[in-house]
Write a protein that binds this ligand. Structure first.
Ligand code: NDP
Ligand code: 2IT
Length: 458
């Protein structure tokens, strides 16, 4: 008897319903809960859309879209500072290259597993398509934990990781970048090792240092883009960011620059967090406090409680910031960090809008609560697309061996985020509400699906 997990997507050709589709997906990908969740969110909108457009159904586009092109899993061996041999697992999920080379970040975190990387790679298909740049979708990483490791240990790990990954990537094949636990330091070690192994200097990674092919604004792009997206959503309601009370979770790359742009545009940021808890600053962060946070997190690699201690602010141990009254909320840490109970607290306290800076930080139940209450809500694939968009611009600059100014790049970032907002309005507008989740999913889908149709059966 064929085992359930081995059955082909087409074996029974069931009627296209949400239940049939999701139960088939779960059977073929047992235990991959984050992947199931991200597909479920997307299919809520794509199944009705495909039912109205039979050309996609006939070509089984949804089934093909949820099966990665390939998944590479490998052993990563390295030696720690005590000469002990350590073994981690490395991954690259090459999800879909219909509209360009695979493109997406690498995550180094102890929780990394195949389910998480498949959900992230799947989301990247739609996000990268929304940017309008020619980028396919991939994601990778390792269960390696950079926390508490010395720079030398991180270097040895990154070199070992790239020794295998280098066989599968390239500027026209697959172009990785950063994500959780992978910032400037890790990218530099990995790019250096790639250059050494291949004896070539090509733009095969993005997020590089400015001295060796990196782009201005890439560090800021995801956080800045998220705030520009919120500004567009508010503008659509004849409102603005000025004076808005904002909650941010996380204190990494995305959170830092979301906070900076909010401050620059006259909003007030009253929380910031890490995996140990959150800090409440009723007066609001200013640029000096933010500089302290950026140094604490990227140079000293300390805990956010040290920021609270330094400025005598209240630190809420092991708690999330969502119970603090606010106008706007920006979850910028990790997946499923804002659940239905948190959503209810935000709604009760008068929150007006939520933009995802992280990937899938809001659970499906919480999204439904926000939508039922008619709050502004943007999914990460729209509102955090600024990072990969500037990565795409870094690829262009590398190809033409030029670099553009930060003013020019920020202007392009604003245009891209505004354009994504317009695409969401086009595909997501309903009678008295804009469903940005619907808009982003359908707009992101159409370009990729049409390319897949054009290629025939592959
Ligand atoms: P960083 O590693 O720079 O920062 C991650 C932040 O999230 C840290 O404050 C970290 O806290 C916190 N965090 C991580 N895991 C958890 C957890 N399990 N529970 C609570 N807090 C957690 O990563 P980024 O800022 O780059 O990424 C943040 C999110 O944004 C991710 O979802 C990522 O996929 C997404 N994203 C990133 C982009 C980029 O360009 N970097 C682009 C688009 C999306 P601690 O320090 O305690 O670990
Ligand atoms: O989730 C994401 O979009 C990223 N981590 C950035 C990917 C990229 O290639 O810049």
């Amino acid at each position: 008897m064929i085992k359930a997990a081995e059955e082909s997507t087409q074996s029974k050709c069931p009627e296209l319903t949400m239940d049939n589709f999701i139960s088939g997906l779960k059977r073929r990908n047992p235990g991959e809960t984050e992947f199931h969740q991200s597909v479920e969110e997307v299919m809520t909108y794509l199944i009705p859309y495909v039912q109205l457009h039979p050309k996609y159904r006939k070509a089984q586009i949804l089934e093909r879209l949820t099966e990665p092109d390939r998944v590479i899993i490998f052993r990563v061996c390295w030696q720690d500072d005590h000469d002990a041999v350590r073994t981690n697992r490395g991954y690259r999920v090459q999800f879909n290259n219909s509209i360009g080379p695979y493109k997406g970040g690498l995550r180094f975190h102890p929780t990394v597993n195949l389910s998480i990387l498949k959900f992230l790679g799947f989301e990247q298909i739609f996000k990268n398509s929304l940017t309008t740049l020619p980028m396919g979708a991939g994601k990778g990483g390792s269960n390696f934990n950079p926390k508490g490791k010395s720079d030398d240990e991180v270097m040895r790990f990154c070199q070992a990781f790239m020794t295998e990954l280098s066989k599968h990537i390239g500027e026209d094949i697959d172009v990785p970048a950063g994500d959780i636990g992978v910032g400037a330091r890790e990218i530099s070690y990995m790019f250096g090792q790639y250059k050494r192994l291949k004896n070539e200097f090509t733009g095969t990674m993005t997020g590089k240092g400015l001295e060796f092919g990196g782009s201005e604004i890439r560090t800021e792009a995801t956080g800045f883009g998220c705030i520009y997206f919120m500004r567009e959503m508010l503008k659509h309601q004849s409102d603005g960011l000025e004076g808005k009370q904002c909650l941010i979770s996380g204190s990494g790359n995305v959170a830092q620059y979301a906070a900076l742009k909010l401050i620059q545009l006259g909003a007030k940021v009253v929380t910031i967090s890490d995996s140990s808890g959150f800090v409440h600053d009723p007066d609001g962060l200013d640029e000096e406090k933010l500089e302290f946070i950026i140094d604490l997190k990227t140079v000293k690699r300390g805990r956010i409680s040290e920021f609270a201690d330094h400025y005598k602010l209240k630190f809420y141990d092991k708690q999330k910031p969502w119970s603090i009254p606010c106008d706007l909320a920006f979850p910028c840490a990790t997946q499923n960090e804002l659940d239905e109970a948190d959503a209810k607290a935000l709604i009760k306290n008068g929150c007006q809008g939520i933009a995802e800076g992280a990937n899938m930080p809001v659970t499906i139940g919480a999204i439904k609560s926000f939508q039922n209450a008619k709050l502004l809500f943007s999914p990460g694939k729209a509102s955090n697309a600024g990072g990969v968009a500037v990565s795409g611009l870094e690829m262009t600059q590398n190809s033409i061996r030029m670099s553009w100014s930060s003013e020019e790049l920020e202007q392009r970032l604003v245009e891209i985020m505004t354009n994504i907002h317009q695409q969401c309005i086009r595909y997501g507008s309903e009678k008295d509400y804009v469903d940005y989740v619907k808009g982003a999913n359908i707009a992101g889908f159409v370009k990729v699906a049409d390319a897949m149709l054009a290629y025939g059966v592959l």
